[in-house]
Design a protein around this ligand. Sequence first.
Ligand SMILES: [Zn+2]
Ligand SMILES: [Zn+2]
Length: 421
Amino acid sequence: MRIRIHRGSNEIGGSCIEVESSGYRILLDLGLPLTAPDLASIPLPDVAGLTGTSSSLLAIVLSHGHRDHWGLMPKVRSDVPFVMGKVTSQILKAASDFVPDTFSPEVSTFLEHRKTLEIGPFKLTPYLMDHSGFDAYAISVEADDQRLFYSGDFRAHGRKSKLFDALLHAPPRNVDLMLMEGSSLGRLAEHQQFPTEQELEEVFVDRFKHTSGMALVACSAQNIDRVVSIYRACKRSGRVLLVDAYAAEILKAIDHDSIPKPTSDWTNIAVYLPQSQRRQLVRKGIASIVDSYRGLRIWPDELSARSGALAMLFRGWMLDDLEKVGALQGARVIWSQWDGYLKDGPGKKLVETCALKNIPFEVVHTSGHASPSDLKRLASAVGARKLVPIHTFERDRFPALFENVSIHNDGEWIEVASGQI
Ligand SMILES: [Zn+2]
Ligand SMILES: [Zn+2]
């Protein structure tokens, strides 16, 4: 078995790994670089069978639903088998009505935690991971009596940290080559830890209790751990979580007993449709989805009076709508995603607008990726014969932190090689 990283050996984003055995191939992830202005401007990597037919490309396997892992998939011919988690595919489908450059995948096989599946000569075993993206997997690939282990994106300080502990306890054995992400290297010192989701929940409770008007939380509706933290903080502070149609559809798509969603089974959650979104739903011919929010809506003329009892999953473009109905009195904006997005574009504009309108603005966030010490815990539990950096801007730090590091460039074939399983 051999592998080739098409993108990601020296950057975060655009991850794509080709795996080959006995003349057959699969891809692990096919992402869009973080710097890509749009889908059209980034060509597909040089992999036979992505556009023209090639019977040797057996499947494209998606580790999780972040765009830096699936973003180029809409460009691929539609008859290539896609493999991914079931909930990931449901989230992608739900998002495709709202977000540009997305796709609604037809999935041939679903990844399930620790259930081995066979694709040609490859045996894949997925491991459900703690990550800011829901339904995220690390994947072990066996072929030719060799084993590759791809960490995907992961962390150990989220709401699913038990999964990480379980993996440390029972990691894949006899791993010849491990591809491990290193997003946090260069962002966090070796012995520092990121705040946990539970710690963030406490901060949200405090802020919600000390805000007289509406709490506006700018967070990705697909960051389900965070939505749960905010929802729990709402319940603890006597607020109702307000979501728009996009967030409502994402939460409904997950359809998991422990994940809040705007249905009659759940309290403290309601739906508000900004005017421009109502127009968008009509334009897309999906206005009927609002029927499912019956009894759960909060109307524009109610917002002002109820603002002190609401926390909204919010994006900057909604400010005008809220201002028009007088709902910004006493409001506070909490940025709950990567603060790099505040340097330009809509994030920067939001900071400036809040300053102009005297709306308090602060960042309450924790990383979706493992701290250096948690990376070390996984690397030593797996004990791979070869550890290859991926999904990092700081691969040169790997040799000082981990054993058996082997650095490779994009486009280079790497033999998985050696030991018997
Ligand atoms: Zn991710
Ligand atoms: Zn990623």
